[in-house]
Design a protein around this ligand. Structure first.
Ligand code: PLP
Length: 294
């Protein structure tokens, strides 16, 4: 049986073809079969990119705060981290520019859509500014679109990759949040030079993603429209988010402020500066375990 054999480091061609189409309609990314690779989740795309780009002490810009799993992947290559504060409309670009001006930075890692953990969505203006800055300071951008498909209201903004005219954005994404994380299936796309180097690293890491898993997902997508499936799960997640927000409005103290995100998994809660969050969290844990709180 073919699907129990080795196939190719970049992954099942039929599935890559579907992702080319998906990225064209959903993300406005123009790419082709020869520049898409299936990975073990977006996580492996992040790790391979870090392996390619980062040596000890190389400058790496990350949003503050950011996805902890990406930090774990980056840490292995011992870069120097520059943390750029994130606001509701994405990273602070003035702070970013100052950092790029004064430090040698090789790569920027960003989650522009429904960021983990803040839920922030980067504005279109900032997406354009970040690309301009990356061009000016010759920096590679690793764009993580893992939550991008989960939009419950409002309009999609262009991916940073779709604004990239110099081939300096590596775009990673995943089936984890739209099909199932246990599949361990994600993908990346990048321009020629970066892409070829990433193929070498992928085959060194694990030869290829599971042919069996890729075939299962490909067959599922032959029989089911991904677009319809995403619409269905967005409907379900929207209801969950609304239920969560109404419970928070009912139960949280009035000093608590929280966002109402247009998508993704994260509501960001802010308390006043003098609020003791450690004490609050400990109390919640105690109350969960049934110990009476006085
Ligand atoms: C921002 C972000 N990127 C990547 C990942 C990893 O996803 P995957 O399961 O596709 O490896 C996660 C997982 O939660 C995430 O939040």
């Amino acid at each position: 049986m073919k699907l129990l054999q080795y196939n190719t480091s970049v992954g099942l061609p039929e599935l890559r073809q579907k992702l080319v189409k998906k990225m064209a309609w959903h993300d406005k990314i123009k790419t082709d079969n020869d520049h898409v690779m299936l990975t073990q989740g977006a996580q492996q795309g992040i790790d391979l990119t870090a392996r390619l780009m980062l040596n000890k002490d190389d400058g790496l810009v990350v949003e503050g705060p950011t996805y902890i799993g990406a930090l774990a992947a980056f840490q292995a290559y011992e870069p120097t981290f520059y943390e750029i504060p994130i606001k509701e409309d994405g990273m602070d670009v003035n702070f970013l520019e100052d950092t790029l001006k004064t430090h040698a930075v090789k790569m920027i890692y960003t989650v522009p859509d429904f960021q983990n953990p803040t839920g922030a969505v980067m504005s279109l203006e900032k997406r354009r500014q970040i690309i301009e800055l990356a061009n000016k300071y010759n920096v590679v951008i690793l764009e993580d679109g893992t939550y991008r498909d989960l939009r419950y209201s409002g309009q999609n903004l262009p991916t940073i990759k779709s604004l990239d005219s110099e081939g300096r954005v590596i775009y990673v994404s995943s089936f984890s949040k739209i099909l199932a994380p246990g599949l361990r299936l994600g993908w990346l796309t990048a321009e020629d030079k970066l892409f070829k180097a990433l193929i070498g690293l992928k085959s060194g890491a694990d030869i290829e993603s599971s042919n069996l898993t890729m075939s299962i997902v490909n067959t599922y997508l032959d029989d089911n429209s991904l677009e319809n499936h995403i619409a269905l799960i967005c409907n379900c997640y929207r209801q969950k988010k609304d239920a969560m927000l109404s419970a928070m409005r009912k139960n949280m103290p009035s000093i608590a402020q929280f966002t109402n995100p247009q998508g993704g998994f994260f509501i960001w809660l802010t308390m006043p500066k003098n609020f003791n969050m450690d004490k609050f969290v400990n109390q919640q844990q105690l109350s969960k375990s049934g110990v009476l709180i006085t």
